[in-house]
Design a protein around this ligand. Sequence first.
Ligand code: EPU
Length: 425
Amino acid sequence: MAKLAKYIINGGTPLSGTVTISGAKNASLPILAASLLTKEPINLCNVPDLEDISVMFLLLESLGKKVTRNKDQVLIEELGELGFEAPYGIVNRMRASIAVMGPLTARLGKAHISMPGGCNLGPRPIDLHIKGIEALSATCKTEHGYMEVSAGEEGLIGAKMNLSSKNGSSVLATENIMMAATLAKGTTVINGAAKEPEVEDLALLLNNMGAKISGAGTDTITVKGVETLHGAIHHVVADRIETGTFIIAAAMTGGIITIKNCVPQHLEEAIKKFREAGIEINILDDTTIVAKGGSAKVAVDFVTLPHPLFPTDLQSQFLAYLSLAKGKSIVTEMIYPERFMHAAEFNRMGANIIVTNGIAEIIGVEELSSASVMSSDLRGGAALVLAALATKGKSEVLRVYHIDRGYENFETKLQSLGANIIKTF
Ligand code: EPU
């Protein structure tokens, strides 16, 4: 078996300096998929260089697009005929591949998407994607592991629908249906839409391509269908989860980090919680935050919920911080109740965390002890790195490929802040 990369970390040093935040993975992925809605070129900048983004490039290329990257800039062109099948070999590497369903059905009248399988965050249904596309008059059937979507003779037809689930709303389902509706006949109203900044960023690009979308960023999105979309230029919004991760890196190691090219406004609720927990956060301007480890780490309770509330994608990192806070914290995971695989690894480092039915009870300890630990998902992996950086001695974080999916140049950025971290096999 090929050897998997791991991090070796000698922790215990406060991280200090300046870090520049990359473009958001979760904005870039649907934005790349949106290129399927037009024949014309799409020019993007601030696209992070990540494993998940490379998988989306592969998918677009397998569908007939040509993708050219030059540093953070990406050009997507269409040279031949577009295909309509998202194959198993790509979808099984990244669930977000399902984002091509809406654009392909809108543009070609059909899409065959390999059904995404299990996921290490627990069950991740796609019923809302299906409900949305069916509301636009498409039919869906599953055969041989593929979902076959067909728009029928008339193409997609605008409709009113509700896309909320018992856990709130789905970012990707909202994005998928918003993209599909841009080329549908008539008007679509999506109630219960996800309000995440990445949905807004996608709508910005689509409107630049000639779509008529209003309300993105609220829970009601209205899309007036148009005949065709054209090429556009777009700058991808900053990654709010990477921003939050570096805030916690400063706080956990007792350092001070200036975080540039971020959007503090996208993290309002998280920043409120971080401050309650003793992290000093100074918002210098619209794009700069200075984060500093406070004198004491204070236990707090928090609940993950859809935007603008506390994001699930920062749960693991904040949980790492709270494992060192004075007192008892309760963390309730409402989006993915099974997203706590990292807790057992923290406990191997001496943390005291008990997880029951989507709720983690954390009794803070004075310090963690260095250990070999294994990441099992992107954010949990990043959280283990933070814990190792805050812990004296040599730790290893295995299965770094999870982290490579979503953090651009993670170890290089951390090294520039003084971290002793190397990637090795
Ligand atoms: N849900 C349904 N039915 C559906 C779809 C979702 O009930 O058809 C529920 C899920 O069970 C879950 C919630 O809705 O409780 C959101 O889940 P979903 O799988 O739809 O999330 P997503 O939109 O696919 C995006 C991010 C995730 C992030 C979630 C929640 C992208 C590419 N991914 O996923 O990012 O955790 O929203 O904010 O935008 C990450 O970056 O580490 C990551 C996992």
